[in-house]
Ligand binder design. Structure first.
Ligand code: FAD
Ligand code: MG
Length: 348
């Protein structure tokens, strides 16, 4: 992490902006404390989306637990946000390399773990999931520095694609406990499809180490649960948003056991409109085009980082594809409950 005066000023400015937006959100009635079943919910904004902590402690304990979660999210956002030019990942994208101390378990914050796992998923999915997608995100208008009024030309897509590919990221470590991540020419990382899940896992581990039990952590639909929702129930029941009408749920309930995580990927919330057409924020790195399929893909896994990456990968490749069926679903580590994955087929 980079401790500079500038960083502190930016952090204060961000805190003020988030605070102002937060007050606005609360005024709009979105800050809800739900005490049904003895559970209390706290909401705030993080990483451009809504964060939630649901617990069963006293109000004072829940507030303290929510602060632990918030601090973990803030740390991840500070290092992994491509929306912040001062973040470690923005610096890596600019300079083409970063040197880090290898982190031993238990690890406070593990940049290398996120990047290495993103590359592993990219390899397993033959590039359907690819953390080097940033140049494509830019030409399709998903970054503040570009306003897109017409769909990029084939030439622009080819140029961006030349800088895309997980094989262009080299991670090396040496015997002194140092690691280096080096990017090929023009290559830029975007961990938007995995970092929210990692943040949820980081917060989860910290709460567990503090002895907290029976809670839900949610960051924009990347959810991990612990313990039991009540004395007589062992599964937490999570509703899935209806991609055809995101104001409603599909009616299906996902049941999660303690420690499990779920994530859903789709295009219904985040897209750009170019010439009256919606283009998804999830881009197929093999073609350079936003994914056209409708619906959503939900993944259940043993960690939120896995669920996050798998749902994005599943949305790009499609559940019917050989990549998903042949590799992802057959791997015991990949999905904890295959049946759930199959039931939640992509909906058009
Ligand atoms: P997912 O399916 O989990 O991920 C989709 C995202 O992954 C895309 O938005 C893109 O970033 C990336 N991606 C696209 N195609 C692929 C692919 N084929 N393979 C791999 N990755 C792909 N948004 C804001 O508006 N303002 C912010 O300040 C902001 N800050 C953020 C900070 C951090 C640290 C992170 C991780 C995200 C931030 N976001 C911000 C982004 C926003 O929350 C994203 O839209 C979000 O990460 C997408 O997540 P999702 O769960 O909707 O979709
Ligand atoms: Mg994801």
């Amino acid at each position: 992490m980079i401790a500079t005066k500038r960083r502190i000023v930016i952090q204060i400015m961000l805190a003020v902006v988030v605070g102002v937006v937060g007050v606005f959100v609360m005024k709009r009635g979105q800050c809800r404390v739900d005490d049904s079943n003895g559970l209390h919910e706290r909401r705030w904004l993080s990483m451009g989306t809504v964060a939630r902590y649901v617990g069963r402690g006293s109000s004072r304990h829940d507030a303290a637990n929510a602060e632990i979660v918030k601090a973990a999210f803030d740390e991840v956002e500070w290092d992994l946000s491509v929306f912040n030019p001062e973040s470690a990942i923005s610096k890596l994208n600019e300079e083409g390399y970063i040197r880090l101390q290898v982190c031993n378990d238990p690890c406070e914050f593990d940049f290398l773990k996120v990047v290495s796992f993103a590359i592993e998923v990219a390899r397993t999915t033959e590039g359907a999931f690819d953390p080097t997608v940033n140049p494509l995100m830019r030409i399709w208008g998903f970054r503040k520095d570009t306003v897109v009024v017409e769909a990029p030309s084939g030439e622009m897509i080819d140029k961006a694609l030349a800088a895309v590919g997980f094989g262009k990221v080299v991670i090396s470590t040496n015997e002194n406990g140092m690691a280096e991540v080096r990017l090929g020419n023009g290559v830029e990382l975007d961990l938007g499809g995995i970092a929210k899940g990692y943040a949820v896992d980081l917060a989860y581990e910290r709460l567990k180490r503090s002895g907290v039990r029976d809670f839900i952590i949610d960051l924009g639909g990347n959810i991990r649960v612990d313990g039991n929702p009540s004395k007589d129930r062992i599964f937490w029941r999570i509703a899935v948003r209806d991609p055809a009408d995101p104001t409603k749920n599909t009616g299906e309930m996902i049941e999660l056991e303690s420690g499990e995580a779920v994530a859903t990927s789709g295009s219904y919330e985040r897209f750009v409109e170019i010439g009256g057409k919606h283009y998804s924020h999830i881009i197929d790195p093999r073609t350079g085009w936003p994914v056209e399929r409708g619906g959503s893909v939900t993944a259940i896994a043993k960690s939120a980082m896995e669920a996050d990456a798998f749902s994005t990968a599943g949305f790009v490749a499609g559940l019917e594809s050989g990549i998903i069926k042949g590799k992802l679903m057959d791997s015991s580590r990949w999905l904890s409950r295959r049946a759930k994955w199959e039931n939640l087929e992509t909906r058009r």
